[in-house]
Design a protein around this ligand. Sequence first.
Ligand SMILES: Nc1ncnc2c1ncn2[C@@H]1O[C@H](COP(=O)(O)OP(=O)(O)OP(=O)(O)O)[C@@H](O)[C@H]1O
Ligand SMILES: [Mg+2]
Length: 362
Amino acid sequence: MSNKSKRSGSLFFRLAFRLALYSSMSVILILVLILNIVLSWPFQDSLLASISVGLLVFIVTYFFSWKFQHQRLETIYKISKNITRKKFEEYDEINTVNRDELDHLITQSIRASKTVEREIQRLNKIENYRKEFIGDISHELKTPIFAIQGFVETLLNGALEDKEVNRVFLNKAMRNINRLTFLTKDLMEISKLETGELKSSIQDLYLRNVILDVVESLQYKAQKENVQIQVNHIDKNLQVRADRNQIKQVLVNLIENGVKYNKPGGFVYIGVKDFPRNRNKVLLYVEDTGIGIEQPDLVRVTERFFRVDKSRSREKGGTGLGLSIVKHIIEAHGEKLFIESTVNKGTTFSFTLTRSGGEYMI
Ligand SMILES: Nc1ncnc2c1ncn2[C@@H]1O[C@H](COP(=O)(O)OP(=O)(O)OP(=O)(O)O)[C@@H](O)[C@H]1O
Ligand SMILES: [Mg+2]
């Protein structure tokens, strides 16, 4: 037996001893008074008889308090010692049938142990996430920073005087600065989403309006890439329950991808279908006629910083965070994301949204 458990054993022994001693002393005192004063026994006889009964009370009290309390106190001691040592066991086999104060204390200690365990796991998860995240960020920041450094150095070393190239270099540096700006914005967003800091504010939305707003804001980019965005027929009365800004963000990321990873003269179609598995939901799809994604990459595209073709994505200003943000937002809404793709034919991203009912009054 270790020193500590010896200490705990002697502590509990003393507790039972003290209880037995106080009970037997009280019994002796009361008995002496009754025998000697009330029943007029001689003092010595009264004392002897009382001590004998007191001894018996001592043994019985000591035995019962040992039997019924010692083990349970040991259990509480063990649980709290385990908490101190950050050791968490399953305590399912402990029974608390007596439902007295000690049993309540045991139940409470088990609860405390579980809470501390959960909290430690949560903090470890955040800590691991933080480490991984910082690793990823520094890796991603290096590329544009080195590029800017290279362009500025070349300019300082004489290219600034060369009218032919100075604008080109400045434009390239600017593109990398823009990339850094987008990267930091996306990083803030994803870190908030992944740590659960960003809360959704769910409201009833007219889905068609939201989609048309987003499409309008992306038309210019699409024209530049020679891609057409088409919104298929959507019932103007259709309302869904979602966070407006977050759903807009999802649409921006999906439509931007549809445009970016398309072919000149290609299309991006957006529309809404019934969701056969659940009549309370609809399926919003963003379908493109682009380069497609190979099957093994399909499961990885929503991973943070994953890009099928790093150079193509970088050239288009991509950081590999767009779909990861999409996935988090959809999951935070309790909805589902589906991806289907055929290489060289196109990709369809679709996700469910919950109908809210309500009729649109003009
Ligand atoms: N519609 C699509 N067609 C083909 N490939 C796609 C499509 N959407 C995404 N991908 C692939 O998945 C990768 C991850 O997409 P994601 O949107 O997360 O990042 P990104 O577009 O590279 O950067 P950004 O953070 O700017 O969105 C892309 O780099 C691309 O390779
Ligand atoms: Mg993207």
